[in-house]
Write a protein that binds this ligand. Sequence first.
Ligand code: 26V
Length: 810
Amino acid sequence: MQITKEQIKQDYLKRLTFTFAEGVSEASIDHKYLALGKLIKDYVTEGWAETNRAYTEGKVKQTYYFSMEFLIGKLLDTYLINLGIKDLCSEALAELGIDLDELAAMEPDAGLGNGGLGRLAACFMDSMASLSLPAHGCGIRFKHGLFKQKIVNGYQVEKLDDWLKTDFVWEVKKANRGININFGGNVYMRKVGNKLQPVYENCEVIRAVPYDVPIVGFHTKNVNTLRLWSAEIDESDINLSSLQRGDYLRYLEHKYSVEEISQVLYPDDSSESGRRLRLKQEYFFVSAGIQTIVNRFKKTGEPITELHNYIAIHINDTHPAVAVAELMRILLDQEGLEWDEAWRITVKTLAYTNHTIMAEALEKWPKDMFAKLLPRIYMIVEEINRRFCLEVSKKYYGDWNKINNMAIIQNGNIRMANLAIIGSHSINGVAWLHTEILKHRELKDFYEMYPERFNNKTNGITHRRWLIKANTDLADLLVDTIGDEWVENPLQIKKLMNFIDDKKVLERLGNIKYKRKAEVAAFVKKAYGIEISPDSIYDIQVKRLHAYKRQLLNIFHIMNLYNELKANPSKDIVPRTFFFGAKAAPAYYLAKQIIKLINCVADKVNNDPEINGKIKVVFLQNYGVTLAEKVIPSGDISEQISTASKEASGTGNMKFMMNGAITMATLDGANVEIDQAVGRDNIVVFGLTSEEVMDYYAHGGYNAYETFNNDPRLQLIISQLKNGFFGVGADEFNLILRNLFDTNDEFFVFKDFDSYVKAQEKVDELYKDKERWLKMSLTNIANSGIFSSDNTIKKYADEIWNIKPHKISE
Ligand code: 26V
């Protein structure tokens, strides 16, 4: 973008005056921020319109990434970086007496996601635009994103997230592009000519209104679209206006029941599954998205039988899996295609990513509820299921087990993963190990039936946000050493290895880390009143709280360290600060007890003068994208300690690696690939392997009591949980105890404890050799380029979507 500082200044003042009738001296900080937002949007809009035009006129194949979640975080900095005007803008504002960082802090953090899955979708959006790929997002404009977390007396308290309270400047409401969505009622089939046509009676019609967010690519004029749908009532609806006149209360009731659909993001929570409103949300955005895609496609004049040559639709986890039936519905009922042809097109258009093997996260819907809410869609699902079961029984004659495993409808439930697999030409896992487990275990029967559909796409993260934006000093170091080619081609970061013996570079790397650690220390002091030292090792575990992620193992290690220091106060360790950041799903009581335990340990350890500051524990409240950007660059140790086989990939592991942290890892998810990339000397690995874990699950052989009884350290820890050591009642941690003992320690916390403690001792040794440590850190950074989501997205584009870059010319 060609623009001068003077121009920005002029444009900005104009914007401020035209929007708020204020000058710099009168305007409040939020007005200043909003004016800047509007100005940047102005800069983006031209390219946006041009991009849409170019994609349409070029008749290029386009991808639509359907995702329930887009955890996009703040966007201002991303826009400025990607437009290449961040420094210019910062200088222009400074000359007007305005601090850009202060304005940037005003932006709400759009938390429209739970964790890894939603953040991955956001990183993908950034990469798709930066690679000039014609690819867009489709999701829901939740009025309330993931809850905000407060810690009160050590307990998690949830607060409503109200991110739309102040204007979300980036979005553009397209009221005239609304789409009607049908729910409920009765549907029967009527013969029209020689075709069956559905007739809908008494269904509830809901209006989906799109809000578009521009996605600006880095150093490209392409601006893609993230389309988020909002459920609104159509005030021009005649039925409604009669309601408005006649029965105000019924009108209000109706209004709330409509708006409810896009009110709030469900917090990832097994107890929340099976909720009707969630299914409504899923169909709502999927139907709106697919209807729009087909309508737009038809305007090109190409026959509908060519759809898959122009459109790829991606199903991000099972949440949008109803897309299979919705696309079939449109092709059959609206376009009048025969079943076989409609099916062929559907399968060629759709692709599905699996993000978890955790059974409780695999979506199923009670078939009666499903049929009542989506009667026509249910008919289609039944027919897909009938035909599929027939195919299976032909192929594996008499093998009822196979049908039972693979059928979509089973035991009164509709299994969405099965629907997605059967209706997609591509099925991928999100890391090598995860995909192997899918192929050979979880989805073995499907793999046997459709081996050509299965492939791996290891996750990635956008290096623009997680390196250039989050760690500008480190990005500068890279530019000063290896030039700036890596910015466009992140694999080039590897060139940093040429500096592995360069003392000056290592020293500068150390200083950058130290500076970030000092900033975090200042933040922790201000936010929580806890004094921590940037000279201590920063050992960080930030991610959703879940038993399989084993925050419990981490805190047990800390308790053990504390106990050892109490027994032997002169024990020589490198001072360490342990950070946790984690939200627990509101009804996940075990997870909430673990948060309480972490906070209890923190209180004890931080306030014990005998410990003399050797260890500190900090619970970072309300962990989200913005906080991640602050703390990840300060990490020395990245805790990636899930029970092997359970974490599909992880992406926090990649963010830490790219910022020079050393991974404390089980061989799980993408840790396996990090290990391969950096070599065993530059990572600390411990614990059971996934083979061992799965073997125990399959054949037994592990006895948690035995392990416990043979380890006095564990006995002391468990007794402290029970005996009021933390000044809380004896049953405060009962769910933790039950989870360990009643499930035979299902996540192998006891089993991996010893190995984890030893691995932590190794960290201590390694850190004492400062030069060695810096070399490890450098090696991690240098090898992190493969985890840029640009690489991941290139593979999706080539191997799944079959789309090509379509660069808008300057
Ligand atoms: C399940 C449910 C159940 C119902 C209520 C809402 C809800 C929301 C999300 C989920 C499934 C979450 C699956 C998930 O987040 N998987 C994570 O995906 C990351 C990106 O691929 C990956 O790095 C993580 O390892 C994986 O756990």
